[in-house]
Design a protein around this ligand. Structure first.
Ligand SMILES: NC(=O)C1=CN([C@@H]2O[C@H](COP(=O)(O)OP(=O)(O)OC[C@H]3O[C@@H](n4cnc5c(N)ncnc54)[C@H](O)[C@@H]3O)[C@@H](O)[C@H]2O)C=CC1
Ligand SMILES: O=C(O)C(=O)COP(=O)(O)O
Length: 314
């Protein structure tokens, strides 16, 4: 079993692979052309968020038996093309769920208590108390869209703050629990003070949060996007902020995260967001803590070992 690793990994991965007796080649600088010319030799591929796995790559990979995603999002993998072959996909959602949930709550507290805005003002010599009077999480209704690892971890924490949590998940059944009430998109739109997105990027969720969505929400609301930038139409959020329908937004992800290559429309939206005191922006770090990548690696190595054992038994 030979494994090719083509993305930057937390160093905790390598002793784990050594201990498991797995042979690997670590090539974090590999570009697509390198992957295409080397993948034929490998049974396993480990990626993060840099590498697109599509039909063209799979055609060059006759020996490939698994793709391990050191993280959660599978949006760069053509899952249909993978399913047509005998290739397993592993992900490690449990590794960064705590990081994401803490980041979500951190962003909400930051928005509600004006922490970032007030900090900037004090640094400029402004002692603006009334303009930074906060609002409380206690008693607010939070709607979570997507109730998998991240949605449910966020719900647990919000309970501690006295929030009423509604969750909508299109593909789970009986997922209501002591932390969140199973709900519908319509009920969330009718009742939520905060809407937080925890769905994967798919053809269904791409630009899910657009002008129509915002118009359908009954009251002005706060928006959190810690999932994928392409789920949210930024221009619609800007219009929502301008009209007041969106009271504030916490965005860890953007449609185009290479800020030097924004289209004129993206640049205009980004310029609005980066100067708005009602917006908190972070550079796709919600799942990225000192702890999460070690947890991700443990989960991945466990899955790789199980895969090898099961296949050896057959
Ligand atoms: N900002 C960051 O650093 C991170 C971002 N993420 C993003 O968050 C996403 C979610 O992560 P997890 O919670 O671990 O995934 P998950 O797979 O555990 O949960 C996603 C849930 O969304 C539901 N869902 C899918 N399509 C839906 C739709 N159209 N409407 C409603 N529900 C739908 C699924 O049934 C599933 O339960 C990832 O796919 C990734 O894109 C994940 C980790 C870190
Ligand atoms: O796990 C995910 O889906 C993330 O968004 C974080 O991934 P990354 O550190 O960019 O590979």
């Amino acid at each position: 079993m030979k494994i090719l690793i083509v993305d930057e990994m937390h160093p905790s991965l390598f002793p784990m692979l050594d201990e498991a007796g797995l042979a690997y080649r670590y090539e974090p600088a590999f570009k697509r052309a390198h992957i295409l010319s080397h993948i034929a030799d490998y049974e396993g591929l480990v990626i993060r968020s840099k590498t697109v796995i599509d039909e063209e790559v799979l055609l060059q990979a006759p020996r490939l038996r698994f793709v391990a995603r050191a993280g959660a999002g599978l949006d760069l993998i053509d899952l249909e093309a993978i399913r047509r072959r005998d290739i397993q996909v592993f992900a490690a959602n449990e590794g960064n769920r705590d990081a994401v949930a803490e980041h979500a709550v951190g962003m909400l507290l930051g928005l509600f208590a004006h922490i970032v805005k007030a900090d900037r003002e004090v640094r400029q010599g402004l002692w603006n108390r009334e303009g930074n009077r906060g609002i409380e999480l206690m008693g607010k209704t939070v709607g979570l869209i997507g109730y998998g690892f991240n949605g449910s971890a966020t719900a647990r924490r919000l309970n501690g703050f006295g929030c009423r949590v509604l969750a909508y998940d299109k593909y789970l059944v009986n997922y209501g629990d002591e932390y969140a009430q199973e709900s519908t998109m319509e009920a969330i739109m009718a009742q939520a003070d905060v809407i937080s997105l925890h769905v994967p990027l798919t053809s269904e969720t791409r630009l899910m949060l657009n002008d129509d969505f915002i118009a359908a929400v009954a009251r002005p609301f706060f928006l959190l996007n810690i999932a994928r930038g392409e789920i949210v139409q930024l221009e619609a959020v800007v219009r929502g902020l301008e009209s007041g329908k969106v009271r504030g937004a916490g965005l860890d992800v953007l449609e185009n995260e290479k800020l030097s290559t924004l289209t004129p429309e993206q640049q205009k939206a980004f310029d609005y967001l980066r100067t708005s005191p009602r917006v908190i922006l972070t550079p796709h770090v919600a799942g990225w803590t000192q702890e999460s990548y070690a947890k991700i690696n443990e989960a991945l190595v466990k899955q790789i070992m199980t895969h090898i054992r099961v296949n050896a038994a057959h």
